[in-house]
Design a protein around this ligand. Structure first.
Ligand SMILES: [Fe+2]
Ligand SMILES: [Fe+2]
Length: 357
Protein backbone atom coordinates (compact mmCIF):
# COMPACT_ATOMS: atom_id res chain seq x y z
CA UNK A 1 0.00 0.00 0.00
CA UNK A 2 1.33 3.41 -0.92
CA UNK A 3 1.27 5.96 1.83
CA UNK A 4 3.29 9.12 1.40
CA UNK A 5 3.04 9.19 -2.35
CA UNK A 6 -0.69 8.61 -2.40
CA UNK A 7 -1.49 11.98 -3.92
CA UNK A 8 1.04 11.42 -6.68
CA UNK A 9 -0.27 8.11 -7.90
CA UNK A 10 -2.48 5.36 -6.63
CA UNK A 11 -5.12 7.42 -4.89
CA UNK A 12 -5.93 9.92 -7.59
CA UNK A 13 -5.97 7.20 -10.20
CA UNK A 14 -8.40 5.29 -8.05
CA UNK A 15 -10.68 8.19 -7.28
CA UNK A 16 -10.65 9.47 -10.86
CA UNK A 17 -10.88 13.14 -11.58
CA UNK A 18 -13.52 13.75 -8.95
CA UNK A 19 -11.20 14.85 -6.19
CA UNK A 20 -9.94 18.41 -6.65
CA UNK A 21 -6.81 19.38 -4.75
CA UNK A 22 -8.70 22.24 -3.14
CA UNK A 23 -10.86 19.68 -1.40
CA UNK A 24 -7.74 17.95 -0.10
CA UNK A 25 -6.65 21.26 1.36
CA UNK A 26 -10.04 21.89 2.91
CA UNK A 27 -10.28 18.49 4.51
CA UNK A 28 -6.75 18.39 5.84
CA UNK A 29 -6.59 22.16 6.20
CA UNK A 30 -6.56 22.53 9.96
CA UNK A 31 -3.18 21.09 10.90
CA UNK A 32 -0.29 23.50 11.04
CA UNK A 33 2.51 20.92 11.19
CA UNK A 34 3.53 19.11 7.97
CA UNK A 35 3.17 15.70 9.67
CA UNK A 36 -0.52 16.39 10.15
CA UNK A 37 -1.13 16.30 6.41
CA UNK A 38 0.32 12.87 5.91
CA UNK A 39 -1.77 9.98 4.63
CA UNK A 40 -1.20 6.75 6.50
CA UNK A 41 -2.18 3.12 6.76
CA UNK A 42 -3.43 1.07 9.65
CA UNK A 43 -4.65 -2.51 9.88
CA UNK A 44 -7.69 -4.00 11.55
CA UNK A 45 -7.99 -7.51 12.99
CA UNK A 46 -11.22 -8.55 14.67
CA UNK A 47 -13.53 -11.22 16.00
CA UNK A 48 -11.14 -14.13 16.59
CA UNK A 49 -13.42 -15.78 19.19
CA UNK A 50 -10.57 -17.79 20.73
CA UNK A 51 -12.26 -20.72 22.44
CA UNK A 52 -10.86 -22.48 25.50
CA UNK A 53 -11.47 -26.22 25.66
CA UNK A 54 -9.58 -27.46 28.71
CA UNK A 55 -6.17 -26.89 30.32
CA UNK A 56 -3.92 -25.47 27.60
CA UNK A 57 -6.20 -26.61 24.76
CA UNK A 58 -8.00 -24.14 22.49
CA UNK A 59 -10.06 -24.59 19.31
CA UNK A 60 -7.32 -24.72 16.69
CA UNK A 61 -9.29 -23.24 13.81
CA UNK A 62 -9.87 -19.96 15.62
CA UNK A 63 -6.24 -19.81 16.80
CA UNK A 64 -5.10 -20.30 13.21
CA UNK A 65 -7.29 -17.48 11.92
CA UNK A 66 -5.70 -15.01 14.31
CA UNK A 67 -2.18 -16.37 13.69
CA UNK A 68 -2.64 -15.95 9.92
CA UNK A 69 -3.81 -12.34 10.27
CA UNK A 70 -0.85 -11.52 12.53
CA UNK A 71 1.61 -13.05 10.05
CA UNK A 72 0.13 -11.12 7.11
CA UNK A 73 0.07 -7.80 8.97
CA UNK A 74 3.69 -8.32 10.00
CA UNK A 75 4.60 -8.78 6.31
CA UNK A 76 3.03 -5.47 5.21
CA UNK A 77 5.53 -3.13 3.59
CA UNK A 78 5.51 -0.35 4.61
CA UNK A 79 4.19 -1.52 7.97
CA UNK A 80 0.92 -0.02 9.19
CA UNK A 81 1.25 2.76 11.75
CA UNK A 82 -0.82 0.69 14.19
CA UNK A 83 -3.31 -2.16 14.33
CA UNK A 84 -6.80 -1.98 15.76
CA UNK A 85 -8.16 -5.10 17.42
CA UNK A 86 -11.93 -4.77 16.95
CA UNK A 87 -13.29 -6.95 19.78
CA UNK A 88 -14.49 -10.52 20.43
CA UNK A 89 -10.96 -11.73 21.06
CA UNK A 90 -12.47 -14.35 23.42
CA UNK A 91 -15.50 -16.58 22.91
CA UNK A 92 -16.80 -16.61 26.50
CA UNK A 93 -14.75 -13.85 28.15
CA UNK A 94 -12.60 -16.35 30.07
CA UNK A 95 -9.23 -15.25 31.43
CA UNK A 96 -7.66 -18.24 29.68
CA UNK A 97 -9.01 -16.95 26.37
CA UNK A 98 -7.97 -13.34 26.89
CA UNK A 99 -4.49 -14.40 28.08
CA UNK A 100 -4.16 -16.71 25.09
CA UNK A 101 -5.14 -13.85 22.77
CA UNK A 102 -2.59 -11.55 24.38
CA UNK A 103 0.08 -14.20 23.94
CA UNK A 104 -0.70 -14.65 20.22
CA UNK A 105 -0.95 -10.90 19.62
CA UNK A 106 2.37 -10.30 21.36
CA UNK A 107 3.87 -11.49 18.05
CA UNK A 108 2.38 -8.52 16.22
CA UNK A 109 5.01 -5.90 15.33
CA UNK A 110 2.98 -2.65 15.11
CA UNK A 111 1.39 -1.21 18.27
CA UNK A 112 -2.19 -2.23 19.07
CA UNK A 113 -5.30 -0.23 19.90
CA UNK A 114 -8.19 -2.13 21.49
CA UNK A 115 -11.99 -2.15 21.13
CA UNK A 116 -13.98 -4.48 23.41
CA UNK A 117 -16.65 -6.91 22.10
CA UNK A 118 -19.56 -8.48 23.96
CA UNK A 119 -17.78 -11.86 24.06
CA UNK A 120 -14.91 -10.22 25.98
CA UNK A 121 -17.17 -8.35 28.36
CA UNK A 122 -20.17 -10.19 29.79
CA UNK A 123 -18.42 -12.77 31.98
CA UNK A 124 -16.84 -10.24 34.36
CA UNK A 125 -18.27 -6.98 32.94
CA UNK A 126 -14.92 -5.97 31.46
CA UNK A 127 -12.91 -6.18 34.68
CA UNK A 128 -10.01 -8.30 33.39
CA UNK A 129 -9.97 -6.38 30.08
CA UNK A 130 -9.47 -3.09 31.91
CA UNK A 131 -6.84 -4.62 34.20
CA UNK A 132 -4.74 -6.29 31.54
CA UNK A 133 -5.61 -4.87 28.14
CA UNK A 134 -7.17 -1.44 27.73
CA UNK A 135 -9.66 1.11 28.97
CA UNK A 136 -13.16 0.47 27.57
CA UNK A 137 -13.47 3.86 25.88
CA UNK A 138 -10.88 6.53 25.07
CA UNK A 139 -9.61 8.74 22.27
CA UNK A 140 -6.28 9.53 20.63
CA UNK A 141 -4.86 11.65 17.82
CA UNK A 142 -2.71 10.39 14.99
CA UNK A 143 -1.26 12.57 12.20
CA UNK A 144 -4.07 15.10 12.39
CA UNK A 145 -6.88 12.51 12.65
CA UNK A 146 -8.96 12.21 15.81
CA UNK A 147 -9.79 8.59 16.74
CA UNK A 148 -12.52 7.79 19.27
CA UNK A 149 -12.95 4.29 20.71
CA UNK A 150 -16.40 3.52 22.14
CA UNK A 151 -17.70 0.63 24.20
CA UNK A 152 -20.90 0.05 22.24
CA UNK A 153 -21.87 -3.34 23.73
CA UNK A 154 -23.30 -2.17 27.06
CA UNK A 155 -26.90 -3.04 27.88
CA UNK A 156 -29.67 -2.37 30.40
CA UNK A 157 -28.96 -2.84 34.14
CA UNK A 158 -32.12 -4.93 34.68
CA UNK A 159 -30.91 -7.46 32.14
CA UNK A 160 -27.40 -7.57 33.61
CA UNK A 161 -28.79 -8.34 37.08
CA UNK A 162 -31.30 -11.02 36.09
CA UNK A 163 -28.85 -13.94 35.77
CA UNK A 164 -27.83 -16.29 38.56
CA UNK A 165 -24.21 -16.72 37.40
CA UNK A 166 -21.76 -14.65 35.30
CA UNK A 167 -21.48 -17.54 32.81
CA UNK A 168 -25.26 -17.68 32.39
CA UNK A 169 -25.16 -13.96 31.56
CA UNK A 170 -22.29 -14.46 29.12
CA UNK A 171 -23.98 -17.38 27.34
CA UNK A 172 -27.22 -15.46 26.95
CA UNK A 173 -25.47 -12.48 25.42
CA UNK A 174 -23.50 -14.76 23.08
CA UNK A 175 -26.56 -16.30 21.40
CA UNK A 176 -28.26 -15.06 18.21
CA UNK A 177 -32.06 -15.19 17.94
CA UNK A 178 -32.28 -15.35 21.73
CA UNK A 179 -35.68 -14.24 23.02
CA UNK A 180 -33.90 -13.56 26.33
CA UNK A 181 -31.33 -11.26 24.67
CA UNK A 182 -30.91 -7.54 25.20
CA UNK A 183 -29.85 -4.84 22.72
CA UNK A 184 -26.46 -3.13 22.84
CA UNK A 185 -26.01 0.50 23.67
CA UNK A 186 -23.37 3.13 24.39
CA UNK A 187 -25.21 4.58 27.39
CA UNK A 188 -25.68 8.03 28.91
CA UNK A 189 -22.31 8.30 30.68
CA UNK A 190 -20.36 7.56 27.53
CA UNK A 191 -22.49 9.92 25.45
CA UNK A 192 -21.65 12.69 27.93
CA UNK A 193 -17.95 11.80 27.69
CA UNK A 194 -18.11 11.75 23.88
CA UNK A 195 -19.73 15.18 23.78
CA UNK A 196 -16.93 16.61 25.96
CA UNK A 197 -14.22 14.85 23.98
CA UNK A 198 -15.51 16.14 20.63
CA UNK A 199 -16.04 19.67 21.92
CA UNK A 200 -12.26 20.21 21.74
CA UNK A 201 -12.17 19.66 17.96
CA UNK A 202 -13.02 21.82 14.96
CA UNK A 203 -15.56 20.49 12.49
CA UNK A 204 -12.90 20.00 9.79
CA UNK A 205 -10.87 17.49 11.80
CA UNK A 206 -11.01 14.06 10.14
CA UNK A 207 -12.80 11.87 12.67
CA UNK A 208 -12.66 8.07 12.92
CA UNK A 209 -14.93 6.35 15.45
CA UNK A 210 -14.27 2.73 16.43
CA UNK A 211 -16.97 0.57 17.96
CA UNK A 212 -17.67 -3.16 18.14
CA UNK A 213 -21.34 -3.17 17.11
CA UNK A 214 -22.48 -1.03 14.17
CA UNK A 215 -23.51 2.47 15.30
CA UNK A 216 -26.75 2.13 13.36
CA UNK A 217 -29.59 -0.38 13.30
CA UNK A 218 -29.60 -3.42 11.03
CA UNK A 219 -31.21 -6.47 12.66
CA UNK A 220 -32.18 -6.61 16.32
CA UNK A 221 -32.46 -10.40 16.92
CA UNK A 222 -28.75 -10.74 16.11
CA UNK A 223 -27.74 -7.51 17.85
CA UNK A 224 -26.54 -6.05 14.57
CA UNK A 225 -27.85 -3.03 16.40
CA UNK A 226 -26.97 -0.24 18.86
CA UNK A 227 -30.06 0.98 20.67
CA UNK A 228 -28.89 4.58 21.17
CA UNK A 229 -27.07 4.81 17.82
CA UNK A 230 -29.01 7.96 16.91
CA UNK A 231 -27.62 9.67 20.04
CA UNK A 232 -24.06 8.97 18.86
CA UNK A 233 -24.84 9.99 15.28
CA UNK A 234 -26.25 13.29 16.55
CA UNK A 235 -22.98 14.14 18.30
CA UNK A 236 -21.05 13.35 15.10
CA UNK A 237 -23.27 15.48 12.90
CA UNK A 238 -21.39 18.75 13.16
CA UNK A 239 -18.20 17.24 11.70
CA UNK A 240 -17.40 17.58 8.03
CA UNK A 241 -16.70 13.89 7.51
CA UNK A 242 -16.84 10.97 9.92
CA UNK A 243 -15.85 7.34 9.43
CA UNK A 244 -17.14 4.61 11.76
CA UNK A 245 -15.37 1.23 11.75
CA UNK A 246 -16.91 -1.71 13.53
CA UNK A 247 -16.56 -5.48 13.91
CA UNK A 248 -19.22 -7.88 15.25
CA UNK A 249 -21.13 -8.60 12.01
CA UNK A 250 -18.34 -10.77 10.46
CA UNK A 251 -19.12 -9.73 6.86
CA UNK A 252 -18.55 -7.11 4.17
CA UNK A 253 -20.99 -4.31 4.97
CA UNK A 254 -20.91 -0.54 4.42
CA UNK A 255 -23.31 2.34 4.68
CA UNK A 256 -23.67 6.11 4.54
CA UNK A 257 -25.94 8.08 6.88
CA UNK A 258 -25.62 11.85 6.36
CA UNK A 259 -21.99 12.81 6.92
CA UNK A 260 -21.09 9.41 8.47
CA UNK A 261 -19.56 6.55 6.49
CA UNK A 262 -19.72 3.11 8.10
CA UNK A 263 -17.54 0.09 7.29
CA UNK A 264 -17.77 -3.36 8.88
CA UNK A 265 -14.44 -5.16 9.26
CA UNK A 266 -13.73 -8.84 8.67
CA UNK A 267 -13.58 -11.57 11.32
CA UNK A 268 -10.77 -14.10 11.54
CA UNK A 269 -13.08 -16.75 13.07
CA UNK A 270 -16.12 -17.31 10.84
CA UNK A 271 -18.47 -15.34 8.53
CA UNK A 272 -22.06 -14.58 9.48
CA UNK A 273 -24.68 -14.78 6.73
CA UNK A 274 -26.66 -11.65 5.86
CA UNK A 275 -30.02 -11.40 7.67
CA UNK A 276 -31.64 -10.90 4.24
CA UNK A 277 -30.49 -14.23 2.87
CA UNK A 278 -30.76 -16.23 6.08
CA UNK A 279 -33.81 -15.41 8.19
CA UNK A 280 -35.68 -13.29 5.63
CA UNK A 281 -37.32 -11.24 8.37
CA UNK A 282 -37.65 -7.44 8.22
CA UNK A 283 -34.20 -5.90 8.54
CA UNK A 284 -32.28 -2.78 7.60
CA UNK A 285 -29.23 -4.14 5.81
CA UNK A 286 -27.82 -1.12 3.89
CA UNK A 287 -28.98 -1.04 0.27
CA UNK A 288 -25.56 0.31 -0.64
CA UNK A 289 -23.70 -2.83 0.40
CA UNK A 290 -22.63 -5.26 -2.29
CA UNK A 291 -22.87 -8.59 -0.49
CA UNK A 292 -19.86 -10.78 -0.07
CA UNK A 293 -20.50 -13.80 -2.26
CA UNK A 294 -19.31 -16.90 -0.47
CA UNK A 295 -18.24 -19.28 -3.20
CA UNK A 296 -18.16 -22.15 -0.74
CA UNK A 297 -20.57 -21.64 2.13
CA UNK A 298 -19.45 -24.92 3.68
CA UNK A 299 -15.87 -23.67 4.04
CA UNK A 300 -15.47 -21.71 7.24
CA UNK A 301 -12.55 -19.68 5.91
CA UNK A 302 -14.59 -18.43 2.96
CA UNK A 303 -15.69 -15.07 4.25
CA UNK A 304 -13.01 -14.48 6.88
CA UNK A 305 -9.97 -12.23 6.80
CA UNK A 306 -8.79 -8.82 7.97
CA UNK A 307 -8.54 -5.27 6.63
CA UNK A 308 -5.90 -2.78 5.49
CA UNK A 309 -7.09 0.81 5.76
CA UNK A 310 -5.62 3.85 3.97
CA UNK A 311 -6.63 7.14 5.48
CA UNK A 312 -6.34 9.73 2.75
CA UNK A 313 -7.76 13.23 2.61
CA UNK A 314 -9.89 12.56 5.67
CA UNK A 315 -11.67 9.60 4.14
CA UNK A 316 -10.88 5.96 4.16
CA UNK A 317 -10.12 3.23 1.66
CA UNK A 318 -10.90 -0.20 3.02
CA UNK A 319 -9.03 -3.14 1.49
CA UNK A 320 -10.86 -6.27 2.62
CA UNK A 321 -8.30 -9.11 2.76
CA UNK A 322 -10.50 -12.16 2.19
CA UNK A 323 -8.67 -15.43 2.55
CA UNK A 324 -10.86 -17.70 0.43
CA UNK A 325 -12.64 -15.09 -1.66
CA UNK A 326 -11.94 -12.15 -4.01
CA UNK A 327 -10.31 -9.27 -2.12
CA UNK A 328 -12.53 -6.22 -2.12
CA UNK A 329 -11.71 -2.50 -1.99
CA UNK A 330 -14.42 -0.16 -0.81
CA UNK A 331 -13.62 3.57 -0.80
CA UNK A 332 -15.46 6.84 -0.34
CA UNK A 333 -16.53 8.33 -3.66
CA UNK A 334 -16.51 12.14 -3.56
CA UNK A 335 -18.95 12.47 -6.45
CA UNK A 336 -21.54 10.07 -5.05
CA UNK A 337 -20.85 11.05 -1.42
CA UNK A 338 -20.87 7.47 -0.19
CA UNK A 339 -18.56 4.43 -0.16
CA UNK A 340 -18.31 2.41 -3.36
CA UNK A 341 -16.89 -1.02 -4.14
CA UNK A 342 -14.23 -0.34 -6.76
CA UNK A 343 -14.95 -3.53 -8.73
CA UNK A 344 -18.42 -4.74 -7.88
CA UNK A 345 -20.71 -1.77 -7.10
CA UNK A 346 -22.15 -1.83 -10.59
CA UNK A 347 -24.82 -4.62 -10.60
CA UNK A 348 -23.52 -5.70 -14.03
CA UNK A 349 -20.10 -6.44 -12.60
CA UNK A 350 -21.13 -8.45 -9.56
CA UNK A 351 -20.23 -12.09 -9.20
CA UNK A 352 -23.48 -14.01 -9.71
CA UNK A 353 -24.62 -15.93 -6.64
CA UNK A 354 -23.58 -19.56 -6.59
CA UNK A 355 -25.77 -22.36 -5.40
CA UNK A 356 -24.68 -25.54 -3.63
CA UNK A 357 -26.81 -28.60 -3.35
FE1 LIG B 1 -17.85 -11.59 16.82
FE1 LIG C 1 -19.58 -9.30 18.77
Amino acid sequence: MKRRNFLKGVGLAGLGATLPFSLVEVVWGLGSKPAEHESFTFAYISDSHLTHIQGARFTQNFDQGLRKAILEVNLMNPPPDFVIYGGDLAQLGKREELDHGLELLSGLKPPLKWVIGEHDFYLDMGEYWQDKISPLYYSFDHKGVHFVVLNSILTYQDWIKKWSTPMERMLNMARLDNPQGSPFMVGEAQLRWLKEDLAKYERNVPLVVLSHSPLYKIFKPWNFWTDDAEGVQKLLQRFHRVTVLHGHVHQVLYNQIGNITFYAMMATAWPWPYPVSYVQKPNQVPKLTVFMNRADPFHQRDGTGWDILDLENGTLTNHYQLWMNENRTVAFDFKLEHPVDRNYQDPEKRIPPQFHY
